[in-house]
Design a protein around this ligand. Structure first.
Ligand code: URA
Length: 433
């Protein structure tokens, strides 16, 4: 088989066979197929698309290019969740304990990555002493014992995707639905769960800005999951403003812990219950969504979900005093108010700009060697639809520098104030099964 023929077939709109896709993925991973031919094929896919079958085959080939995590030593139906990424997204810290509190095992492998704030692991490391590196045996023991563990990704998962994603990034081929869907799902499928709930964000702060594009991506990923034998559900949720009120690291952990103690931060609590409900229905602990939702809501009120969270911290050697008294979590030296300059109603908050403002404070990494400052971050005081008077705080910046002008400017850019009352955005746009 020649790579040239595979490229030309796709360029002319043909459907690639299983053999052709596997030939490409194997050859590219082991270096036999050069970058320029892989780039030509991804560009052809960008223009001509892929059928559902081609996308599933590509995904499976990327899974098979590396190791897969064997979770068979964990008792019960393992359910994973994945978010396409947003600002203030601390849902994993709520959903993990919540799902574990009804006995469903959650074996979560997470990453750090670049971004406005730290990744899941960085946020958790706000708790002093907390370990995310552990042996496979300890990880499995923790899940069997406490139904929940969060660990750093080990093993060489989907190396074909790693190489291809880096190539797409510099050749203008990231924005291809089958390639994005295959990329995300290959990593999820290699992580070994039995079922998957995807939180696909939509809006100004999301990877996909329009509902139409987000829905298309969600459908593509659900099709891949179901085609490859994993029950997959996607929730399309709003990212036209940060989720909850806290953006950073330690402050996000604090907000998550407060929800687990029954606090009502509506968007965050609602989305967490939604995702957790689908996860527990997929795990067959509840027969339907309503039953799951009610039981999980109860566990937010009666302390069971919070107890699961505390157990996670304790089992991973974190300082539980910081969880018992959340004011002991890292905090920045200065609180700086950014005030509204006019009266009106908040009509838009560009989530991405809030994220960048948090990164300027030191909450995220601009390059992979940057250190995270766990104590800095942003607390929103106003969200879309809220009335505001000139001089009233829009956000409070938690900074270790007395002068945080770059962040202040970015926050001012992020907020839009209008004279007319604006409704707060719909949170859950659609569920795709
Ligand atoms: N995230 C991924 O992991 N892959 C893509 O292709 C796009 C976003």
């Amino acid at each position: 088989m020649r790579m040239y023929d595979v490229i030309v077939k796709k360029r002319d709109g043909g459907e690639l066979s299983k053999e052709e896709i596997e030939f490409f993925v194997k050859g590219y991973t082991n270096g036999e197929i050069p970058d320029y031919q892989a780039a030509a094929l991804t560009m052809a896919i960008y223009f001509k698309g892929m059928t559902q079958e081609e996308t599933a085959t590509l995904t499976q080939a990327m899974v098979d290019s590396g190791e897969t995590i064997d979770l068979s030593a964990i008792k019960g139906h393992k359910v994973d969740k994945h978010s396409t990424g947003g600002v203030g997204d601390k849902v994993t810290f709520i959903v993990g304990p919540l799902v574990a509190s009804v006995g469903v095992p959650v074996a979560k492998m997470s990453g750090r990555g670049l971004g406005h704030t730290g990744g899941t692991l960085d946020k958790l490391e706000s708790v002093k002493g907390l370990q995310i590196e552990m042996s496979k045996e300890e990880f499995i023991h923790n899940v069997n014992e406490h139904k929940l563990s969060v660990a750093g990704q080990t093993g060489n998962l989907a190396p074909a995707d790693k190489k291809l994603y880096a190539l797409r990034d510099v050749t203008g081929t990231v924005d291809s639905l089958p390639l994005i869907a295959g990329s995300i799902m290959s990593k999820k499928l290699a992580s070994g769960a039995d079922s998957i709930v995807l939180d696909v964000k939509t809006g100004s702060g999301a990877f996909m800005k329009t509902l139409e594009d987000s829905e298309a991506l969600a459908r593509e990923m659900v099709n891949i999951g179901n085609n490859l034998g994993k029950n997959t559900v996607a929730v399309i949720s709003d990212m036209n403003q940060p989720l909850g009120f806290e953006v950073g690291n330690a402050n996000e952990i604090r907000e998550a812990a407060e929800i687990l103690q029954g606090k009502r931060v509506e968007d965050l609590r609602e989305l967490s219950l939604e995702i957790a409900s689908h996860m527990t229905v997929l795990a067959e602990v509840f027969s339907d969504y309503e039953e799951a939702y009610q039981a999980l809501e109860k566990n937010l009120e009666n302390g069971k979900a919070f107890a699961s969270f505390r157990k996670l911290i304790e089992a991973q050697h974190g300082d539980t005093a910081m969880i018992d008294d959340l004011s002991l979590l890292p905090q920045a030296s200065y609180d700086i108010e950014v005030a509204a300059e006019e009266d009106g109603f908040v009509s838009a908050i560009d989530a991405e700009s809030i994220g960048v403002a948090a990164m300027y404070l030191g909450a995220g990494r601009a390059t992979k060697d940057d250190e995270i400052n766990h104590g800095v971050g942003i607390t929103l005081q106003k969200k879309i639809g809220d009335e505001v008077k000139a001089g009233e705080a829009l956000v409070i910046l938690h900074s270790d520098e007395e002068n945080a002008q770059a962040s202040i400017n970015k926050v001012k850019e992020a907020y839009n104030i209008s004279k007319e009352k604006v409704e707060s955005p719909t949170l859950i746009h659609k569920v795709i099964k």
